[in-house]
Design a protein around this ligand. Structure first.
Ligand SMILES: *[C@@H]1O[C@H](CO)[C@@H](O)[C@H](O)[C@H]1NC(C)=O
Ligand SMILES: *[C@@H]1O[C@H](CO)[C@@H](O)[C@H](O)[C@H]1NC(C)=O
Ligand SMILES: *[C@@H]1O[C@H](CO)[C@@H](O)[C@H](O)[C@H]1NC(C)=O
Length: 776
């Protein structure tokens, strides 16, 4: 399939290119409209709460040229207007931030020109080899809030002159004005532009950060991982996303970081709240998720399978075209032994994945009935007599209730740091021993739904890779309270707790400092400079939707934190936080939002969807992407001209570099090896920065770099190398650390898992015991 600069063109052309007779699609159960339990055939026309649909017969749509009316129950409001006259047009002026045009496709249909505010968009072809009705023919979601006009014109070109173009309905995406306030400023790039470059109001001598809005994700960005120099994999839950695949909404997509186009990805199971990790051979696994949601909480039934035990395989995607890059699922052969909703996945020193915790079914705050206080590995291991089956972790019992999506990092002594709720421990996986750590001070809870965020601070040979953990934000709300006793206005925590994980460090305990603003659901993004950007989240409330009192729309949180803050871990205490020169966003990023460092060195910010299904009500489903550029993006940056594809532990390798021309006499040169992590729910799993030993040749053109000392310092697997000169990083180059081989596959353990555990256990259990499934 073609990759084009335009998202709209992609979605339209994909619809055609992937033309599958919807009724022939095997994993297809039709959809259930909200509030109804009766399955009905799926039609893309969907009006999210807060959006508004205008039928083809609306007097607000202005037609020129000759248009005909057709009447059928197959059309929105039973009417459709069509034309076969080249030049005939339909114009519609609306107030909002987005527009969707719905109509029909078939062999009599042809090309249309589409204009937004007079600016021509890519041509749209409405030809299809069999009829489809109420299709989303064109959509644009990133307009500045205000008055806009869409004009659809029947083209004078196309396969046959008799070809027609129709209008069934327009749906306007309306973000309530109160919600966008400052966004009512004039569009700085002119009408119809999709990029909003915010002007700098900072003092001229302050560091210049940029904030740019560009691109839309097409599926809500609940989970994100950078998978190549050109693409990010975005994974969502099953819902009415505008991006479609085989005639139904997609719930995953590949986002092109260069062109901002998106390609829908096929998933079989519901990936709602899965975790993920790369393995040592570069394969990404996406783990766990949600059951098929039915009953009154149903978002939609798009034919998805139970995702609770799923392991979704995404092999390394080597081509910039992402051709052939697919997600593979086969629950009969590849799955976990137990069900896990809200688990965390950590790559460990042998290149395999440790899968931690979660709950056995969808829900909200964890409890003893649904808790899964175990870990298991992928691929499964014969370890501690488990023969591949889950291993009990007392820590995950003791940390109930708010212990989902534990914060976990592999440590340089080959043990695993785990924080959950108000507690932390170090797990020795080889000996199955927990070492409990001091309790997080002041009653602060750091994991779901009292979500804070955590990072392993940069590891450096200068202090012999002494590990230090930083936990920030979260909440002191009592996790034994019921939803009706918790409010979206309950304050979040501003506390950061930091501890060096050495004997002395642990004896000294947690060192406490305060974020400038309290934050629940913050994202913590490590920069190659070793600094951290805290972004996204809210000052009040907790994670989830539809549970607490004073919900805003369905959001359990309110008072979005719109200004990021930079943290410099090596500055003296009291001088570490600064928002100087940073731009405030206009886009709330609450539950189900993400932020990640990109290979380019800037930060991609996406998502926010504290809703059961796509909604335009405050706080709505957010598809717009923002890019936060640290000041170094506009500085004189070093360049890596050539680098090895693979770097083994302790191995030396040469990197050809071009250093900035304005180099100081004794430049500070660092080589940052980074894992950009798998990001979801404020958990940045596997996020890591290891400074490598490096020396510059006399001619200043070659860096002799030594790989990390061993697999404990950097678990084998993919990474990115940024050469940082006087605080300015190069563009990151992708590299494989270790030998690139997959983790050992223990066939006996795998066979035992497949034999002793059943596939999609939760779905099977529901058949005997039909009950409401409380997906949050
Ligand atoms: C699509 O499926 C329907 C129902 O099975 C069938 O009637 C129709 O002929 C199919 N169309 C094509 C183009 O195969
Ligand atoms: C435990 O959580 C599940 C899922 O949210 C819920 O259905 C159940 O009622 C809870 N049980 C108790 C005892 O709170
Ligand atoms: C990597 O290893 C995993 C686990 O054995 C396997 O499923 C996957 O296919 C491997 N990927 C490649 C590219 O070999």
């Amino acid at each position: 399939m073609m990759i084009s600069r335009s998202l709209i063109f992609i979605s339209a052309s994909f619809l055609l290119a992937s033309a599958v007779n919807v009724s022939r699609e095997s994993a297809w159960n039709g959809h259930t409209t909200p509030g109804s339990e009766t399955a009905a055939p799926f039609l893309p026309w969907y009006v999210p709460p807060g959006a508004k649909s205008y039928d083809s017969a609306s007097p607000l749509i202005h037609y020129t040229g000759k248009w005909m009316d057709s009447f059928s129950p197959a059309y929105v409001q039973r009417t459709l207007r069509w034309t076969d006259k080249p030049g005939a047009s339909a114009s519609f002026t609306f107030t909002g931030t987005g527009i969707e045009w719905f109509g029909g496709l078939d062999t009599t249909h042809g090309t249309a020109y589409v204009y937004i505010d007079g600016v021509k968009m890519p041509d749209v072809d409405t030809w299809n080899d069999y009829p489809l009705r109420q299709q989303r023919i064109f959509w644009k979601f990133d307009l500045t809030y205000g008055k806009h006009t869409i004009k659809v014109v029947k083209a004078d070109k196309g396969s046959k002159s008799s070809s027609i173009v129709d209008v069934d309905a327009f749906v306007v995406t309306q973000i309530p004005p109160s919600y966008v306030q400052a966004a009512q400023q004039p569009d700085l790039l002119g009408p119809g532009s999709s990029g909003l470059q915010l002007e700098s109001h900072a003092l001229s001598n302050a560091p210049q950060w940029t904030l740019t809005q560009k691109g839309v994700t097409g599926v809500s960005a609940m989970q994100i991982a950078i998978i190549s120099p050109t693409h990010a994999l975005i994974i969502d839950k099953v819902e009415h996303n505008p991006l479609t695949l085989s005639g139904h909404p997609a719930w995953a997509a590949l986002y092109n970081l260069r062109t901002h186009s998106v390609k829908p990805m096929r998933l079989q199971s519901n990936s709602f709240c899965a975790g993920g990790s790369f393995l040592s051979n570069g394969t990404l696994i996406n783990v766990g998720g949600n059951p098929v949601v039915d009953g009154f909480t149903s978002a939609a039934d798009f034919g998805d399978l139970d995702g609770l035990q799923a392991i979704r395989i995404f092999e390394p995607c080597e081509f910039d075209s992402v051709s052939g890059c697919e997600i593979y699922e086969n629950h009969a052969r590849i799955r976990m032994a137990s069900a896990r909703w809200y688990n965390t996945v950590v790559r460990i020193s042998d290149g395999s994945a440790m899968i931690l915790g979660g709950s056995k079914k969808g829900g909200w705050i964890n409890n003893a009935t649904v808790n899964n206080p175990t870990l298991e590995y992928w691929p499964p291991k014969s370890i501690h007599g488990s023969n591949g089956l889950p291993i009990h972790l007392p820590f995950l019992v003791d940390t109930l209730n708010s212990n989902l999506f534990p914060i976990a990092f592999a440590l340089p002594d080959d043990r695993i740091f785990v924080a959950a709720n108000q507690d932390a421990m170090i797990y020795d996986w080889k000996n199955n021993v927990e070492q409990r750590l001091p309790v997080i001070p002041n009653g602060v809870r750091v994991t779901y739904p009292m979500a804070g965020t955590g990072l392993l601070l940069p590891l450096s040979p200068e202090n012999n890779y002494a590990p230090e953990i930083l936990l920030c934000g979260g909440s002191t709300v009592d996790d034994t309270k019921a939803g009706y006793e918790i409010s979206s206005q309950d304050p979040a925590s501003a506390q950061c707790s930091r501890m060096v994980l050495t004997d002395d460090g642990i004896a000294a305990g947690w060192q406490v400092e305060q974020l400038p603003e309290a934050r629940t659901m913050p994202d913590a993004v490590l920069l190659p400079t070793g600094e951290i950007v805290f972004i996204n989240g809210a000052r009040t409330g907790i994670s989830g939707y539809g549970n607490v009192v004073n919900q805003v729309g369905q959001s359990n949180a309110d008072n979005p934190t719109l200004t990021p803050v930079l943290y410099n871990p090596v500055a003296p205490a009291g001088q570490r936080f600064s928002s100087e020169g940073m731009k405030s966003s206009l886009i709330p990023r609450l539950y189900h939002s993400v932020a990640t460092l990109t290979p380019n060195g800037d930060i991609m910010v996406a998502g926010s969807n504290p809703n059961l299904d796509r909604s335009e009500v405050k706080y709505g489903t957010e598809y717009r992407v923002e890019w936060v550029g640290p000041p170094y993006m506009s500085s004189d940056r070093p360049m890596v001209k050539s680098a090895p594809k693979k770097l083994d532990f302790g191995e030396g390798a040469k990197f050809a570099v071009t250093l900035p021309s304005s180099l100081k006499r004794n430049p500070d040169i660092k080589v940052a090896l980074m894992d950009l992590g798998f990001v979801t729910h404020a958990v940045h799993a596997n996020s890591r920065l290891v400074y490598l030993v490096a020396s510059l040749s006399d001619d200043g053109e070659t860096l002799e770099v030594t790989g990390p000392p061993n697999a404990n310092i950097y678990p084998p697997g993919p990474g990115w190398i940024y050469v940082v000169v006087d605080g300015a990083p190069s563009v990151g180059v992708q590299i494989m650390i270790g030998d690139g081989q997959g983790p050992t596959v223990d066939d006996a353990a795998l066979d035992n898992v497949l034999e002793k555990t059943s596939v999609d256990q939760y779905e099977a259990s529901k058949k005997g015991d039909k009950q409401e499934d409380g997906s949050e």
